[in-house]
Design a binder for this molecule. Structure first.
Ligand SMILES: [Mg+2]
Length: 134
């Protein structure tokens, strides 16, 4: 029998990635980070005739969603995922490379909101186990 979800688990699963990303960017900017969303290889725009045009950078496939820089907390990269979203191999490759280079790179999900706020307020020393993304 499938596990019955709690109200909180259902709530976390209902939050779209884009919404969480906007919340992270807003919170980061409020606490003094310069932060931006990097448009990845999937970005499309609508042409004048209503057609979809790919404008994303294919070389950026898997690159983390958010880059943040803070005068005290250095730099950090964030892959934002909906609660049940899975990391693509290219995303794991980028996170591995960044972490291997000593750069904080984390995965943030709706259920990690408390840790997200700790990170945004205090920088990477408070991010704890979020630094491990597997
Ligand atoms: Mg993402």
């Amino acid at each position: 029998m499938p596990k019955r979800l709690t109200d909180l688990e259902r709530y976390h699963r209902s939050i779209p990635e884009k919404h969480l990303q906007e919340q992270i960017l807003d919170a980061a900017r409020m606490f003094g980070w310069l932060a931006f969303h990097h448009h990845d290889s999937r970005r499309q725009v609508t042409g004048r005739g209503g057609e979809k045009i790919w404008v994303g950078d294919k070389d950026a496939k898997g690159f983390p969603d958010v880059c943040m820089v803070h005068p005290k907390h250095s730099i950090a990269f964030i892959e934002v995922k909906r609660e049940q979203g899975r990391l693509e191999p290219e995303q794991v490759e980028w996170l591995d490379a960044l972490i291997g280079a000593g750069i904080p790179a984390v995965v943030m999900r709706p259920s990690t909101w408390t840790e997200i706020m700790g990170f945004v307020k205090g920088g990477f020393p408070e991010v704890g186990e979020l630094l491990g993304f597997r």
